[in-house]
Structures are given as structure tokens and as C-alpha cells.
Design a protein around this ligand. Structure first.
Ligand SMILES: [Zn+2]
Length: 343
């Protein structure tokens, strides 16, 4: 196969940041994706409907002329979140999901949840109105090994929340383990799971073997090879519960290359070429569209995009860095030569 046309993709988990960084990275997503679920972990976080509306306006005014992109807004769930405000923001069409960060789990998550009992009324309301909960699924207890935090979260937090809140639609975001794949497969269609581009490509050796590679450090951290293979099998399976959420998370090189560097891989510019290659390697190019363009809208109850994207078999011309007014941001290096271009 040398050419593949698919419905225009969506990104169901994206960090756009704000200000100069947003202006620099937004065009790279808008070029290939029609919509994205926009993460609310700004400083301060996007907590209320009014804040989400203002952030959406800033995104749209940063969008270059002639580009077509629909930011799908989310609210950052805190122990003070007001169920009525969430309901109003959802019913106006503004907010498409609420994001749960366990406190301290990742970049700008200090306002996240510590006591899960305190968010029960909001979760019950979300179940009533059909508003999905997007979950950063890691415990943050210092006594839990970082490589086990996702699996422990499923047992200690996610499964109890789902049992206590029947009907709540939940997205397990950026899953990184076979445990998460198995859990997702055992649930009904009220549960979806996103998989990033980079977790299909790297395992923990890429980060740690032969010298530390800060640009491969992200959260949840990449796990053993057996988990990467489970993620590849899930992503390329065509199963409706699995869909793309890149978690593209730009940080300047200065903030990555520190004694305590930031977590995140910036994959917006080259996600589609990388995915085409991964799916081709798995003899699953015919299922790429399900993962990038069909399964996500189905879960969120949104239409599949009318536009299309054509991928052609030729080496793409893509930058290794994107320059921003805050400094350069390194584009994720998959470690192999890319063979597919977006036409
Ligand atoms: Zn994220």
C-alpha cells in the first residue's frame, strides 16, 4: 500500500499550554487533527465553565487564519468543583469532559484530588448527565513504585469509583500497561481508553539504557517491553474502546534538560507518520482509521469528521524542534526513519 485516505483524525488528549507556547504548538495539531480534547492543567488550572470559555477563546484567537480546528474543552476536577457549574458548562455544549488528576501525579497537578470521597457528588451528577470523566490513572503514594502506579490505581481507585458510580462514562487516559489493557477489555462500553503515540514506540529501556534520555521521560512513564507490545496489540486491534490520545505535552528543552526535568513528549508534529508506520508493521493499516478517527467520536457521541487526510508512502519533512518565544521544544524522535507523510 502506498497511499491511505482516512477520515480526519481527532486527538482525545492534548496539552496546548497557553500564551507563546500555545501559539507555537497549536498549528502542528490543527494541521492534522480536526478536534482535540484540551487538557485543563494550566497554572492556575481551568476549573470553572467561565475559565474554560475564556481558554477556548484564547485557543481560537491563536489559530492561524485558514486553519480549521475545534478545541473540545475540559474542566479540572478539584475537591471544590461545583456540580451545577459543571452541568451548565456541559449543557451549553462548551465542556466535553472533566479531568481527574490525583494530586501530584504529573505536570501542574497540585490542585488535583486527594480524598476521592469529596468528588462523589460531582461524579454522580456527571453519570446523570452523561459527561465523561477523563482519568490520569496513577496513584501518587511515595511507597508505590513508579512502574506500578497505574496498576495499583486501577485496583484502589478506578474500579471502586466505577462500582460506586454506575453509568459514569470513564476514559482511562494514556494507558501504559497490559493490566490497563486487560481491565479495559473486561468492561462494558461505558469505559474507553486512550493510547499515546510514544507509548507504542518506546519502553523504559529507551529512557534509561545507555544514558538517560530526558526527551523520552513522560508520565505515566513508559514500562517494560511486554507492556508496549500489549499496547500495540490493543491500538491496532480496531476494538472500539481504544482510541488515540497523543498526550502531546510540549516543554522547552531548558525545562526538559534539568536535574529535575519536566515530564512529557511532544508528538503533535509527527504522530500520524509514526502511527502509519506502527500500524503497517502490525499489518493493521486498515484499522488505523478506527484508532485515529472513528472510535473516539463514537465514545464521545460526536460525529465522525467529514474531511479526510491522505497519508502517502514517502519520507516526511518534519522539524526536529519547534521554536517558541519561550525557547525550542524538541519533537519526539521515534528512533527510526519515518516512511509516511501527510499529504
Ligand atoms: Zn496529559
Amino acid at each position: 500500500m502506498t497511499s491511505l485516505t482516512i477520515a480526519r483524525p481527532d486527538d482525545w488528549h492534548l496539552h496546548l499550554r497557553d500564551g507563546a507556547m500555545m501559539r507555537a504548538v497549536l498549528p502542528w495539531t490543527a494541521r492534522d487533527f480536526a478536534r482535540a480534547i484540551i487538557m485543563p492543567n494550566l497554572v492556575p488550572p481551568v476549573v470553572t465553565g467561565d475559565q474554560a470559555a475564556a481558554y477556548r477563546d484564547r485557543i481560537l484567537s491563536a489559530l492561524p487564519d485558514g486553519m480549521d480546528f475545534d478545541p473540545l474543552m475540559t474542566l479540572y476536577l478539584t475537591e471544590d468543583t461545583d456540580a451545577d457549574d459543571v452541568t451548565a458548562a456541559h449543557q451549553s455544549g462548551l465542556v466535553k469532559a472533566v479531568k481527574l488528576y490525583p494530586a501530584g501525579a504529573t505536570t501542574n497537578s497540585a490542585s488535583g484530588v486527594t480524598n476521592f470521597d469529596n468528588i462523589r457528588p460531582v461524579l454522580e451528577r456527571m453519570a446523570e448527565i452523561g459527561l465523561p470523566l477523563c482519568v490520569h490513572g496513577e496513584v501518587t503514594d511515595h511507597d508505590i513504585d513508579i512502574f506500578d502506579r497505574e496498576a495499583v490505581f486501577i485496583d484502589r481507585v478506578l474500579d471502586p469509583i466505577r462500582r460506586a458510580t454506575p453509568g459514569l462514562r470513564v476514559v482511562m487516559e494514556h494507558i501504559t500497561t497490559s493490566n490497563a489493557v486487560d481491565y479495559a477489555r473486561a468492561q462494558d462500553d461505558s469505559l474507553g481508553a486512550t493510547i499515546t503515540t510514544h507509548h507504542l514506540v518506546i519502553n523504559r529501556n529507551h529512557i534509561l539504557a545507555g544514558g538517560i534520555k530526558p526527551h523520552y521521560y513522560c508520565l505515566p512513564v513508559a514500562k517494560r517491553e511486554e507492556h508496549r507490545l500489549a499496547l500495540r496489540a490493543a491500538a491496532t486491534s480496531g476494538e472500539a474502546r481504544f482510541f488515540l490520545g497523543t498526550d502531546s505535552a510540549p516543554h522547552t528543552d531548558a525545562n526538559k534538560l534539568l536535574p529535575c526535568g519536566c515530564a512529557g513528549c511532544f508528538t503533535a508534529p509527527n504522530t500520524l507518520p509514526i502511527l502509519a508506520q506502527v500500524f503497517e508493521e502490525e499489518s493493521a493499516l486498515d484499522r488505523l482509521e478506527a484508532f485515529t478517527s472513528r472510535n473516539g467520536p463514537k465514545f464521545y457521541g460526536l460525529p465522525i469528521n467529514k474531511g479526510t487526510v491522505t497519508l502517502v508512502k514517502s519520507a516526511p519533512t518534519l522539524p526536529s524542534h519547534v521554536d517558541t518565544d519561550e525557547g525550542p521544544v524538541t519533537v519526539f524522535d521515534p528512533g527510526f526513519d519515518l516512511m509516511w507523510s501527510v499529504q
